[in-house]
Design a protein around this ligand. Sequence first.
Ligand code: KIV
Length: 296
Amino acid sequence: MEQRDTPAKKGRFEFLKMKKEGVKLTWVTAYDYPIAHFAEEAGIDMILVGDSLGMVVYGYEGTIPVTMDECLIHCRAVRRGAPHTFVVGDMPFLSYQVTVGDAITNAGRFLKEAGMDAIKLEGGRRVVDKIRGIVDAGILVIGHIGLTPQSSGQLGGFKAQGRTAASAEELIRDALAIQEAGAFALLLEAVPPELGKAISELLDIPVYGIGAGKYTDGQLLINGDMLGYFDAFTPKFVKKYANLAKVITDAMRNYVDEVHSGAFPGPEHSYSVLKEELEAFKSVVQKYKNANGIQK
Ligand code: KIV
């Protein structure tokens, strides 16, 4: 592979500068070493080890069953794959909602045990005490409001938010409270572009969007969606940049066909017996064939 100079890892101050200068940030999820490596190679600014791994990697119906241990395993793999990229660990359901103490301890595990640069957690005003506690412990926090998958039951499903004036106002109040609590960035999910624009302009911290229109300070996509290999469902806001499901299935079918037809493996995929050993090798094989009554 071509060797390239590794750009310096960006952090919160570079992200703030990007916002001020109107440079959009690129953010994708990754759950494993290879995708993290490709994301870094492609020049992605930030990686999220999302609890969406529950659906994309483990085949759960939602993110509720995801555990801290599952998240940490994937965070470690991503860290190894993208050592020069800002990587965010996503706090799973019930790892931060119960007490501020739990929230700090679990947030700290992402840094101590998996080398994460920051954590993300879902919720607005109702979690600001947890955000404040984690920030006071010296940990970088990203807030996440709008469609928050961990509370999709309360939201009535995976539905867009902030489509009425009243709901938009709730989200604006949440966004301001999250900034006030010390988060260094905010993620907005599945809201109208007008609200994405308003919140990005109202806040001093960077506001990133997934399904929040083009005016936010950067964009996030789930890699299984944008690479086209997670097809349980595809939200409206997804653009598929590849169709890996087809690439992978076609490749597997091809392999099945070639094994059945004898086209694979060919001589170019096989090891040869050392030339000077060939006669001795044949004798050994023949000895065992004779002993076992095999004629061929
Ligand atoms: O877990 C995740 O990937 C996320 C996105 C849905 C924003 O939180």
